[in-house]
Design a binder for this molecule. Sequence first.
Ligand code: DSN
Length: 458
Amino acid sequence: MKDLVFDLIDQEKVRQSEGLELIPSENYVSEAVLSAMGSILTNKYSEGYPNFEGITSWDEKKIAKEILPNYRYYGGQVNIDRIERLAIARACKLFGADHANVQPHSGANANEAVYFAWLSPGDKVLAMNLGHGGHLTHGSPVTRSAKIYQFIAYGTDASGDIDYDEMEKLALEEDVKLILVGYSAFMKIPDFERVAKLRKKAEEKWGHEILLMADMAHVAGLIAAGVHPNPLKFGFNVMTTTTHKTLRGPRGGLIMTMGNVGSPLKKIEDKSLANIPTLVDKAVFPGTQGGPLEHVIAAKAVAFGEALKPEFKTYAKNIVSNAKTLAKELLKRGFVLQGGGTENHLILIDMQKSFGIGGKIYEKALDLVGLTLNANALPGDKGGAFKPNGVRLGTPAITTRGMGEAEMVKIAEWMEKVAKICQKADEDGAEGLESDEEIALIRDEVKAVAKKFPVPSL
Ligand code: DSN
């Protein structure tokens, strides 16, 4: 008998194909990525690393054939080594990095490994306030990292942009060892050059090196396609990312580093920025992880291969133009957008200012019509993380389905209608929403449009 889990997967397939995914951190993978991830590579243990020094050319056919001595703790790695080396080579090519570690199981693991590589307990890190668009792993007190290191938070200003003056002031007031740029709810393009300059000033003041780290999880696909600046080109030492957002790969993490690439067995006497690639490798394995997920690494390699193709550039451009169109259409309909619009794939709406409703009821009502986004706190949100007044949405997934301007207009129309329905509902329960006739009509319209744009691999 078929396991019940497969019935639930079938139901999820229906949900994904009949609805539209507007969560800015989600996407749909290709059939090739899906099949690498669901492959027999999951059977293999391969603690350690393939040979890095051996990656001397971009000749993929050569990499796929070569057998080199490795740094593994298990036998039987002949194919695994080649796959992981392909993933590393493609990641370096995609992002212009000196080295890449493709083993982090997630973005959180990637960030934690970088902290572990560079910091000592008690060291100070300058990172964005979670409530202003930062990420949990950038110093939220509930995380393990925040109990080990001291996070100092900078925020955004009234225009919605990073408060660079505050950032610089803090970097010169506090003896920070790491400065982190990268956000989960931010719609502007960071000024990497300005951050690199303020790092230099802080280094001069404190008399030691400061690691510049970018967590580009949300915009990695845009960077890969060249439609968003690449922090590694501005002197950043490390760039972490997840692989499943705009990059359209499997769920997982990735760390790109700049510096000397060498054996992970090399003893490092001093923690210098030049040695970051090796320090990070050691911090991923054996520092914070055990066996790598080679089926996921294979899927990452496939996704990086897809992102290297010219059509990915068009895809990334379309993500941004769709987000701009959607933002414009929402503004026309009375939505109040944080930062006044968007420069990337993401839109943050103040639902209280827009329609006098909370983020949670709106998220729930949109779920009922098949539009999925998430309630999100805004800077200074009185509702906090549990009853936020904002919602966050984005265009990576719907762009993957091939949607364009006409669909963005439709989505904005539906969103306005649903917001107006919410104005009539009770504050939290949204009791009547499930049986609301207008909601049912909108759900049918969403389904009809969704059917015209199939989910890849479904
Ligand atoms: N959970 C991700 C997001 O939705 O932005 C960040 O890791």
